[in-house]
Design a protein around this ligand. Structure first.
Ligand code: BEZ
Ligand code: FE
Length: 253
């Protein structure tokens, strides 16, 4: 059965790729090499990764232009729906260098009203760029490490402690890393913490925040940094802190 939206987008995508092939006079050998490359991406289970490296930031750009809520950011391939609820602290490994990071703030609606009982997923990598709940490159770390869910209180406030994330390289031994390298780019992301805020009756907000002055903030391999997502360094209770007041919005008619 014809799907008009799929027809519209798939036809436009194929037309765009055909134009690139013609504009660049792509040869039969180059075309076959490209097809082989796509097969390698699938074999390496990097379809999600390569899509998010190159295209997630464009989807965010579209969303950002149409939102009155907080700035969205790329989700990337490492969100896990089954992360557990935590009691104020994310589980981290002792081998982590244990520089604490305090994260707190509020969730409000567009009119400034508090949003209680919103669920916030928080996740970040180990200092060496591994995400829990994924095998292979990520080393089979149980899903409860470096991620968790919390709820806002009756005043819309939230708070969680974790350890300071570091810049990391996306998986760089497979076809995604190889393509970035051949394109003259690199595989580094600046240190960041991911958030997903959800509450019935509101649009979900997926975002991530970076640290002012952090390495790679000015040249993220995923093009995910926007100025409003870069937070200045601040200290509270002898800990580095990020204070984030999220605004979520109701779906538009
Ligand atoms: C991340 O932020 O975790 C991420 C985003 C895009 C590609 C790979 C990782
Ligand atoms: Fe990440």
């Amino acid at each position: 059965m014809k799907n008009p939206r799929v027809h519209e987008i798939a036809t436009a995508m194929i037309d765009a790729v055909r134009k690139v092939l013609i504009d660049h006079q792509v040869t039969e050998a180059e075309y076959r090499a490209g097809v082989m490359y796509m097969m390698k991406v699938a074999e390496a289970k990097e379809t999600g990764l390569i899509s998010d490296v190159f295209l997630n930031s464009t989807i965010v750009e579209i969303k950002a232009a149409n939102t009155h809520g907080s700035a969205p950011a790329i989700q990337g391939p490492y969100f896990k729906e089954d992360a557990p609820f935590v009691d104020g602290k994310l589980k981290t490994y002792d081998s982590d260098d244990h520089k604490p990071l305090l994260l707190h703030g509020t969730v409000k609606d567009e009119a400034g009203g508090v949003v209680s009982d919103a669920v916030i997923d928080i996740w970040h990598s180990t200092p060496d760029g591994r995400y829990s709940g994924f095998g292979g490159y990520h080393g089979d770390m149980p899903v409860e490490y470096y991620r968790g869910k919390i709820r806002t209180d009756s005043q819309g406030r939230w708070r969680v402690q974790t350890t300071l994330p570091a810049p990391y390289q996306i998986p760089n031994k497979g076809p995604t890393g190889a393509l970035l390298t051949m394109m003259g780019s690199h595989t580094w992301r600046p240190a960041h913490v991911h958030f997903k805020i959800r509450k019935d009756g509101f649009e979900p907000l997926t975002t991530q925040y970076y640290f002012e002055g952090g390495e790679w903030v000015d040249s993220d391999c995923c093009n995910g940094v926007q100025p409003e997502l870069v937070m200045p360094a601040a200290i509270e209770q002898n800990m580095q802190v990020m204070v984030l007041d999220f605004v979520i919005e109701k779906p538009r008619a």
